[in-house]
Design a protein around this ligand. Structure first.
Ligand SMILES: Cc1cc2nc3c(=O)[nH]c(=O)nc-3n(C[C@H](O)[C@H](O)[C@H](O)COP(=O)(O)O)c2cc1C
Length: 376
């Protein structure tokens, strides 16, 4: 089965084709450091059989914080906790990646302490107004990403993922919907990619030629005037030329008022043929781009994953909500029980954690079932 064959990202060999997509756990300490609960959570995911466990969006600087309990990779003080996290993931046989992120227009002043920054200042969903970044801010952001990547490497992570999706800072620069700048960081397609390329080059210089650097980017923005699939393919080709090691395709402009597209659509595929929300974009990518494609979104059965791999729609399959429901899903499949994931894509995990109704990431239907069992 292709799903359980080895794969490679850069010089790194992976035991299979399954990736845990970064999924905000909300379990870090108030200063962003790793807690035992956060480490245990990621240990369970690694134990569940994925080739890569990507730890969720770690803020690279206080100004880029979005949510409470978010992991920090903004200071060297975080390294001891991150080291324990990478060790736990390795002990369970998975490779450890960490997503490095700045929330840009969607940073929350309540946690960041400062006004949000964006390529072009705008109102976000919560009514906060971001400010337009100066050249100095841009230079700082590049340095924050660079230092974050150094910390990830020092802590023993096998690779970093630059968060360039969901309307966050880098995604917002790439998107013509968000980026209305008139300097060399805005306007033309080349200019909108400049921040990403500055970051990629700075991170590469810091971590060396053999260290895997991936990115999660939007396959399209799904908003008028935003990034299209064709632009995504053109951008991926530029990233490829500049040495990106893998690209994860997603969707969503996050929380912008006018554009409520989210990265985890509330769509539950009923058959393996329906699986993969972004298959059409992936097919376009595969026509021209050679860089390994990690496809996330809407994969629920081994058959659906296997199909996407065999038809060369993707090189790796990334899972988020199915592993919230059942961290051991991949191992179960590998052991021969190939029943579909029990995830029904209800998005209650997202709703509960993003609104603070749950203390940490939980599968709500699973929790309700457990409560029913207890009450019997
Ligand atoms: C609760 C929750 C938290 C998420 N946190 C992140 C995150 O930190 N970074 C990210 O890139 N995507 C995040 N996502 C998006 C997922 O990684 C994934 O792209 C999306 O859920 C689609 O995959 P799925 O159908 O397998 O759930 C999150 C999704 C959910 C439901």
């Amino acid at each position: 089965m292709k799903a359980f064959e080895e794969g490679t990202i850069g010089r790194l060999t992976l035991k299979n084709r399954f990736v845990h997509s970064p999924t905000y756990e909300g379990l870090a300490a108030p200063d962003g450091s790793c807690t035992p609960e956060l480490i245990d959570f990621n240990r369970e995911i690694a134990k569940g059989g994925v080739g890569i466990n990507t730890v969720s969006f770690a803020f690279i600087h206080d100004s880029g914080r979005h949510l409470p309990g978010q992991i920090g990779i903004h200071s060297d003080d975080m390294i001891p906790g991150l080291t324990k996290m990478a060790e736990a993931i390795h002990e369970e046989g998975a490779k450890a990646f960490i997503q490095i992120a700045h929330a840009g227009p969607h940073a929350n002043m309540k946690y960041s302490g400062v006004q949000a920054m964006a390529p072009t200042g705008m109102e976000n969903k919560k009514g906060g107004l971001s400010r337009t970044m100066t050249k100095e801010d841009i230079k700082n952001a590049v340095n924050w990403f660079k230092s974050a990547a150094r910390r990830a490497k020092e802590a023993g992570f096998d690779g970093v993922q630059i968060h360039a999706a969901h309307g966050y800072l880098v995604s917002a620069f790439i998107s013509p919907y968000y980026n209305k700048r008139e300097d060399e960081y805005g306007g033309s397609f080349e200019n909108r990619l400049r921040l990403f390329l500055d970051i990629l080059r700075a991170v590469r210089a810091e971590v060396g030629p053999d260290y895997p650097i991936t990115t999660k980017m939007n396959s399209e923005d799904q908003v008028e005037g935003g990034l299209t699939r064709e632009m995504m393919v053109d951008a991926a080709l530029v990233f490829e030329e500049n040495g990106i090691d893998a690209i994860e395709l997603s969707v969503g402009t996050n929380t912008d008022k006018a554009v409520p597209t989210v990265s985890s659509p509330n769509i539950d595929p009923k058959t393996p043929e329906e699986e993969g929300y972004f298959v059409q974009a992936a097919k376009l990518y595969k026509e021209r781009v050679k860089t390994p494609l990690i496809l996330v979104g809407g994969f629920r059965s081994l058959e659906g994953c296997e199909r996407a791999l065999n038809e060369n729609i993707a090189d790796f399959i990334s899972l988020s909500r199915p592993l919230v429901r059942e961290p051991g899903l991949v191992r179960r499949w590998q052991n021969g029980d190939t029943a579909r994931s029990k995830c029904i894509s209800c998005n209650l995990c997202r709703e509960y954690i993003f609104t603070g109704r749950s203390n940490g990431l939980i599968c709500v239907p699973e929790m309700k079932l457990a409560e029913k069992g207890k009450n019997k």
